[in-house]
Ligand binder design. Sequence first.
Ligand code: AQP
Length: 333
Amino acid sequence: MTSDNQQVVFSGVQPSGNLTIGNYLGAIRNFAAFSEAYKCYYCVVDMHAITVRQVPAELRRRTYETLALYIACGLDPNKNTLYVQSHVPAHAELAWILNCYTMFGELSRMTQFKDKSAKHADNVNAGLFTYPTLMAADILLYQTDRVPVGVDQQQHIEIARDIAVRFNGVYGDTFTVPEGIISEHGKKIMSLADPTKKMSKSDENVNAVVYILDNKDDILRKFRRAVTDSDTVVRFGEGKDGINNLMTIYSCFTDKSMEEIEREFDGRGYGDFKSAVGEVCADALAPVRAEFDRLMADKAYLEDVMQKGAQDAAYNARKTLSKVKRKVGFTTL
Ligand code: AQP
């Protein structure tokens, strides 16, 4: 909560690849709803992205692109603090301090660490291991009340809460204990090639993933090729992971319930259904893509947004960081 009692929202997205409809439906699309009632910080978390090896020029480009996508998805820079994590050094400073209040055992239990270290066995670096502490710092720096995320981040929100409670227990009230907000709709969009696996921007199979910036033809083609099952009935249920995922995506874009979707496609085959999912997805993303193109052509504007966002974030982060430094016993000059 801010000093004038306004509740605070924080969330971030890694510029670690082209953003997917998973990132869109599970996170970004939900961000704008908080802009009026909350003080909102939406960060491009480039420091998290380097826990996996990145090509520097691509990371730089994607940092701009992620910021442009935030705005194209409806986040007004005048109503939200939009910024880049590495532009605000307080994130790294608080992360170091919190590392000293985070247990090796609890970090070892993080499923994302296990998954990513299996996937990048040649680069199991300390940053990958302490990723949740940096994420806790991101959140706790702003006295955040709510963190809208996809369900895969739930464990990281839990550890941020545990760290806050532990720190407050030692030093007295310092951090607001944040709450994750996981929207029922779109909380976990699955891969189109393997619907038991989360759709991820770093998936090497581009046909498994629909990117927010894909053109209509690619979107239609990817949905047409999506893995389903040998049944022919559009019905939500056990053993129908592929169809369940497509129904979830269709429902997110149309606001129809599963029952309504089942009725709509009663007696029609999977082919018809897949085309309909592709159509609603492409139509919903078309204006986002157009606005993205417009914004990317104006780098000076994006840099101005980054600059103002970083200034505002740094100003507010400093208040928490100074308090923390005093509490742990650091001297000041
Ligand atoms: N498939 C998904 N369904 C719903 N929500 C998702 N999110 C990610 N994938 C899905 C949510 O998007 C936000 C930003 O995610 P992130 O960039 O911080 O990292 P991530 O969760 O690791 O996302 P990816 O796409 O899987 O990235 P890579 O491949 O780089 O690891 C978060 O709120 C996340 O929950």
